[in-house]
Write a protein that binds this ligand. Structure first.
Ligand SMILES: C[S@@+](CC[C@H](N)C(=O)[O-])C[C@H]1O[C@@H](n2cnc3c(N)ncnc32)[C@H](O)[C@@H]1O
Length: 245
């Protein structure tokens, strides 16, 4: 197992461990999901959500949906997703090669909010998924997230670069994108680091040694943490090709 695979596997365990408090620490993820979904105007009826977590995407859908499939590999997060007759939650890795046998394409909308930064091979995932959907909507944390911490620690960000991601997505989707920055304000530095631990966007900050973490907690210069998110909305190029045949 290489370092990034190990970190991701560890991360999924953290999601399950912290699932009970996830909603208390994720006002930002909820705001992101709201922004992402509020820009979808086509009222898609059949939806596939990658990394559905405790349901931030589902909870923001205000139109009638025929079938909603959520995928999340953290069992405790799956348990917290709203349930309904038209909601199906699969506790699976969205990159698992066997996942396609559990799916029922085509989907009107492939969506993912605050989860795809954890994909090990996002391009391979998109190349598979784009052929299964008509539209896509994605929000992904990118490498300017926690920029000050990375600059102070000298570690490279574990998160993907927004512009490179946007170029990659253009291969599979004809899309518009927006890069948004967010700041979350805290009373003290300890609360900021506690937030990073619980919120599921640690982005590899746990690679810091205890001494580095202590130094950062003492010396972090801002009253806020910074986040950068790439939003993409588009129509699948692969699905158009299928339709033209
Ligand atoms: C930050 S949470 C976002 C949850 C939800 N979409 C939201 O907006 O609040 C990321 C979710 O992605 C899930 N996740 C990360 N990698 C995954 C993978 N490879 N397969 C399935 N789920 C994954 C985690 O378990 C977690 O629930």
């Amino acid at each position: 197992m290489d370092i990034s695979t190990h970190m991701i596997a560890k991360h999924i365990k953290e999601f399950s461990k912290n699932a009970h408090s996830y909603d208390d620490y994720t006002s930002l993820q909820q705001e992101i999901a709201h922004y992402l979904i509020s820009h979808i105007h086509s009222k898609p009826k059949k939806i596939l959500d990658l990394g559905c977590g405790s349901g931030a995407v589902f909870k923001n859908i205000v139109w009638e949906v025929e079938h909603f499939t959520g995928i999340d590999c953290a069992p405790k997060m799956c348990e917290r997703h709203p349930q309904a007759e038209n909601v199906e939650i699969l506790c699976e890795d969205f990159e698992s090669p066997s996942l396609s046998s559990c799916l029922n394409p085509p989907y009107d909308l492939l969506v993912s909010s605050s989860a795809l930064q954890w994909a090990q091979d996002l391009e391979a995932l998109m190349s598979t998924m784009a052929s299964m959907c008509h539209e896509g909507a994605f929000a992904i944390f990118t490498d300017k997230t926690f920029e000050t911490i990375y600059t102070m620690s000298g570690l490279p960000s574990f998160l993907p670069n927004a512009k490179a991601l946007a170029v990659m997505f253009e291969t599979y989707f004809t899309c518009q994108h927006e890069i948004k920055t967010f700041r979350l304000f805290f009373d003290d530095n300890l609360s900021k680091f506690r937030y990073i631990k619980k919120s599921g966007v640690s982005g590899g900050i746990k690679r810091l040694s205890v001494a580095q973490t202590k130094a950062l907690i003492q010396n972090y210069p801002h009253s806020y943490l910074e986040f950068e998110v790439l939003f993409l909305w588009g129509v699948s190029n692969m699905s158009q090709k299928v339709n033209k045949i």
